[in-house]
Design a protein around this ligand. Structure first.
Ligand code: SAM
Length: 203
């Protein structure tokens, strides 16, 4: 019997995706990026909620950033990543100057950089190394506008969050999920899409 996740992976492996240079780069370099189904969901969510400013923590070389920038022509996105080479890759893959102008790359550890941001954003997306999720949770709330969204990827982490794995430590993700569900300032949905997405609306 075929499982739902296998079927979804099959149906999503379209020609469009396999020809996408951003996805090809991830495959060739074995670079972790958001799964297509989760990104498709975020694109739909972006069409509905129309954010004008997004902060992406752990933007990598900008695959997700580029897709959201392409969708929302007025939106400005700030990405933070501690791998400085990623910005060069973004500029190499992103041939569209207008989109480059709306993308600001900050190089550094989010834990150090976040407290320095005075601006609040319509969306804040968390996609850093899982061990940082609880630390990010401590400082992130004040960076999200009231009525805005705090979004995190990998919150089900291949099933390791629900069932203790031998090789992986799911504790930081569990802590993130519990902190958000207990937080009275947010309405949180945990979606079984991609590697698990949490979507929290700030009240
Ligand atoms: C899953 S990849 C990001 C993929 C990207 N969000 C996308 O889907 O296109 C995670 C990224 O977070 C960065 N990262 C991990 N921990 C970080 C931290 N504490 N501060 C800054 N960047 C971090 C890594 O360098 C890596 O590029």
């Amino acid at each position: 019997m075929i499982h739902n996740s296998d079927y979804l992976a099959f149906i999503e492996s379209t020609e469009k995706q396999t020809c996408d240079p951003w996805r090809t780069y991830a495959q060739v370099k074995n670079y972790p990026v958001i799964e297509e189904s989760a990104l498709n969901f975020l694109e739909t969510w972006a069409r509905l909620t129309r954010p004008t400013t997004i902060l992406e923590l752990g933007c990598g070389y900008g695959l997700m950033s580029a897709r959201l920038l392409a969708l929302l022509p007025e939106m400005k996105l700030t990405g933070i990543d501690y791998n400085s080479e990623n910005y060069a890759v973004f500029k190499q893959l992103e041939k569209n100057e207008t989109r480059c102008d709306r993308f600001t790359f900050k190089c550094g550890n989010v834990i150090d950089l976040l407290p320095k941001f005075e601006e609040k954003f319509d969306w804040v997306i968390v996609d850093v190394d899982k061990k940082f999720y609880p630390e990010v949770a401590d400082v992130i709330s004040e960076k999200v506008k009231t009525g805005g969204y705090l979004i995190a990827d990998n919150v089900l982490w291949k099933g390791w969050v629900a069932v203790a794995g031998e090789r992986k430590n799911p504790e930081p993700i569990r802590k993130w999920n519990e902190l958000l569900f207990r937080n009275q300032n947010y309405e949180t949905l945990l979606l079984q899409v991609g590697d698990g997405l949490s979507i929290s609306r700030k009240l």
